[in-house]
Design a protein around this ligand. Structure first.
Ligand SMILES: [Ca+2]
Ligand SMILES: [Ca+2]
Ligand SMILES: [Ca+2]
Length: 396
């Protein structure tokens, strides 16, 4: 048997501060509050200085001054607008913000994230932890020692302590299966085991397990299935294990595990990989996966996004801000980041339609995706860029 490593798909992790304009919160107006304003001419500056303002920033075309509100107002000086570091505005891009403001934050839904683990001590993630398993170290503590899994989980469910990091479905719970080690790599056999565990729970059986006591004749049943809405997998093989077509026959155990999950109504959302035109990585290229490519904030396919017939849909995956190790945050790019955007959207769809089957979820996602690139489904965008608001409100 060939050795096939699966690795995290966040190959491009960049610190990126995108300055974007937002309105400064205005203080209560009593005329004595200090405000920061902009002056462009020497006269504006001298008038302001004469009235007690101070210059705090001098640059080529302007000066910024701190003045009392009444002085700023009397001089007609323009407010110095605040800028904030933020991510690509992905929640706005996929219209998850509209779903959230309608009262749907994925409350009570569950997603299993199979990755490097989960930082349940992070301020963005602690409220959403529902337990997990570590397949690397064979214990019940899937604490993240890499950061990637916590970044992915945050894209689904970060509470928005830092508003820029708020997840797609901030009230959705996460069950974590750790299959990738501190360096971000792992074995496909652990992924197979984690998928069955994600569906069956710890007892390894789907549905009720009943035991009859021989002496009393009494039967007791237990059921530890997670009944999750989705399995989210931001992992995959690297070249040469990338495919322009489907790859169901390459690792049949993995194909069967994903089919098993899908047959039990747990959608398996998988990254398309970061090999661009070389194809889609395993397990994204498996036909039973719901496979996600990455677009940037302008809905353009990312150059690294794996292309092939297996791509079903795409989502923002460039410069995404989310939780990391300790209480840190990080901006990262990859189909790893696009995948949880779709998994979080599944949680929102299931909050609105708990009865939906995997086929109905896909129908809602695919029919409402914003068609991009070549008309109709294509090998870059799949059906298009996910639209959470459209999917939640899609009438099947
Ligand atoms: Ca949360
Ligand atoms: Ca079970
Ligand atoms: Ca298209």
């Amino acid at each position: 048997m060939k050795t096939t490593y699966l690795t995290v798909l966040s190959l491009v992790a960049i610190i990126f501060i995108s300055a974007t304009i937002a309105l400064a919160a205005s203080a209560q107006s009593n005329g004595n509050n200090k405000v920061r304003v902009i002056a462009h001419t020497d006269k504006e500056v001298s008038d302001a200085l004469a009235k007690g303002c101070n210059v705090v920033r001098e640059t080529r075309t302007l000066k910024a001054l701190i003045c009392s509100e009444s002085v700023a107002s009397s001089l007609g000086l323009q407010e110095d607008i605040k800028v904030f570091a933020m991510d690509s505005g992905a929640n706005t891009q996929i219209r998850a913000d509209l779903v959230q403001s309608s009262g749907n934050n994925g409350d009570g839904r569950k997603v299993v994230v199979i990755d490097t683990g989960y930082n349940y001590d992070h301020q963005e993630l602690s409220s959403s932890y529902l337990g997990g398993k570590d397949f690397v170290n064979d214990d019940n503590d899937p604490f993240d020692d890499n950061g990637h899994g916590s970044h992915v989980a945050g894209i689904i469910t970060a509470d928005g302590v830092d508003a820029k990091a708020k997840g797609v479905a901030p009230l959705t719970g996460i069950i974590a299966g750790k299959v990738l080690d501190s360096s971000g790599s792992g074995y496909f056999s652990d992924v197979v085991a984690a998928i069955y565990w994600a569906v069956d729970g710890e007892d390894g059986v789907a549905g009720d397990v009943c035991i009859t006591d021989n002496s009393t004749g009494e039967t007791t049943c237990t059921n530890d299935d997670f009944n999750a809405d989705a399995i989210s997998m931001s992992l995959g093989t690297s070249q040469p294990y990338t495919y322009k077509g489907f790859c169901d026959s390459v690792l049949p155990d993995l194909t069967n595990a994903i089919k098993y999950s899908r047959d039990r109504n747990v959608i398996v959302v998988v990254a398309a990989g970061n090999s661009g035109g070389a194809g889609v990585s395993i397990p994204g290229c498996i036909s039973y996966s719901t496979t996600v490519g990455a677009v940037d904030s302008a809905d353009k396919i990312a150059r690294f996004s794996g292309k092939g017939n297996a791509v079903d849909i795409s989502a923002p995956g460039v410069n995404i801000f989310s939780s990391w190790l300790n209480n840190e945050y990080k901006t990262a790019s990859g189909t790893s980041m696009a995948t949880p955007m779709v998994s979080g959207t599944v949680a929102l769809v299931k909050f609105a339609h708990p009865e939906y089957t995997v086929d109905q979820i896909e129908s809602a996602l695919f029919n409402t995706a914003k068609d991009l690139g070549k008309s109709g489904k294509d090998t870059s965008y799949g059906w298009g860029r996910v639209d959470a608001y459209g999917a939640v409100n899609f009438a099947s």
